[in-house]
Design a protein around this ligand. Structure first.
Ligand code: IMP
Length: 368
């Protein structure tokens, strides 16, 4: 096996965790490069069901190294919860799970901001603080694991961040301000949780690449949720496309051998946004029931509909996908005739590419 990227080729929840688990038997290292604990990768193995949000699915195979790269946003409380769950199941992570010292941390105030913005924007986010954590990263007021031990720097960094955060929370949303002492306490707790796993993961991974180890790059969400190539603004705030692997892990172009896209035999999406093949009828309900289509992170019912070849064809193009793996074909057993969308009808015209604008076009187009 060559090193490969496993990416979601729809709106997430295609079954990436299952495929990564299957392939990880042949790999040495499994890496997450974007997103955070908004993901929910479900793996059933040894008669037990695991839902992983942040830790790469490869952790379930004993001897595999797992890396959470610099492109991920990490909530150490969520990480601890996941590690406790794994420990209880007899799965150890010490000495084989590594978290980038340059990743960005999801602070409790990012979660507050996510909830506040959600009330006005209605994206249908997971409310895990993902968008605000990436916003602060790019605004250069984010906090990284490597900053936590620098007391003086942290004082100044938290003051800077809270100036922004409290202006928005209090003035714009009429909420209570976040207290600096609470943030400083969180920082102490974060440091204790995350310290044992920290390293320069780019350096570690590049060494593995030089040693010709087999790497799996595990995407979270799906390309239709990509902030650049997806159904903007109804997207997540990171880059599930293979391009995100290079920046999210600090590796070179030639490190990805091939790209495997995961698709489901029908389409689902959680949250708001366009969905031309959505079925709001008995067939949609049947898909949801049979396919257990409820969010692995939030438990929200997933919207269901027919396979959308228009959006998947676009995803193949922007992601350079070499092969496809299809999951959940059996869910359609007995449902007939099975339909596949080959074009969208918009204002009386048939179009064969997803339009760039969601509110006025994509959202109101119907699959044919
Ligand atoms: P956020 O990533 O929490 O900001 O949410 C933005 C959008 O991405 C929302 O529509 C979420 O429902 C969706 N989303 C985020 N993570 C996942 C996932 O793992 N599977 C499916 N949808 C997701």
């Amino acid at each position: 096996m060559r090193s490969l990227a496993v990416i979601g080729a729809q709106w997430g929840d295609e079954g990436k965790g299952k495929i990564v688990h299957l392939l990880s038997g042949k790999a040495d290292v499994i890496c997450r490069y974007q997103g955070g604990n908004n993901a929910g990768h479900t793996v059933v193995t040894g008669g037990k069901k695991y839902v992983l949000h942040l830790v790469p699915s490869g952790i379930l195979k004993e001897d595999k190294v797992c890396i959470i790269g610099n492109g991920v946003v990490v909530n150490p409380y969520a990480l601890q919860e996941e590690l406790n769950m794994l420990k209880e199941a007899g799965v150890g992570a010490k000495s084989r799970l590594f978290v980038s010292d340059r990743a960005h941390l999801i602070m409790p105030y990012h979660i507050e901001l996510d909830k506040a913005y959600e009330e006005s924007l209605g994206i249908g986010t997971t409310k895990r603080g993902i968008g605000p954590a990436y916003t602060h990263k790019y605004a250069r007021i984010g906090i990284r694991p490597c900053d936590l031990a620098e007391k003086g720097y942290m004082e100044a960094a938290v003051t800077r961040a809270l100036d922004e955060v409290n202006t928005i929370l209090v003035k714009r949303f009429g909420r209570k301000p976040v207290e600096k002492r609470d943030v400083m306490k969180t920082i102490e707790e974060y440091r204790e949780i995350i310290n044992p796993y920290l390293t320069d993961t780019a350096k570690l991974l590049n060494r593995y690449i030089q040693e010709k180890r087999k790497i799996i790059y595990e995407g979270a969400q799906g390309v239709l949720l990509d902030v650049d190539c997806g159904s903007y603004p109804y997207v997540t705030s990171s880059s599930p496309v293979p391009g995100g692997i290079l920046t999210g892990l600090g590796i070179g172009l030639k490190s990805i051998g091939e790209v495997v896209g995961i698709i489901k035999a029908y389409t689902t999406r959680v949250g708001s946004g366009p969905f031309p093949t959505e079925l709001e009828d008995e067939t949609g309900s049947l898909m949801r029931e049979r396919g257990a289509e409820f969010g692995a992170s939030t438990g929200r019912p997933r919207r269901c509909g027919w396979f959308d070849a228009v959006s998947v064809k676009y995803v193949l193009m922007v992601s350079g996908i070499d092969r496809l793996a299809m999951t959940k074909f059996d869910v359609l057993d007995g449902i007939g005739p099975v339909r596949v969308c080959t074009g969208y009808r918009l204002d009386g015209q048939v179009i064969s590419d997803p339009p760039p604008q969601c509110e006025c076009s994509w959202k109101s187009s119907a699959g044919i």
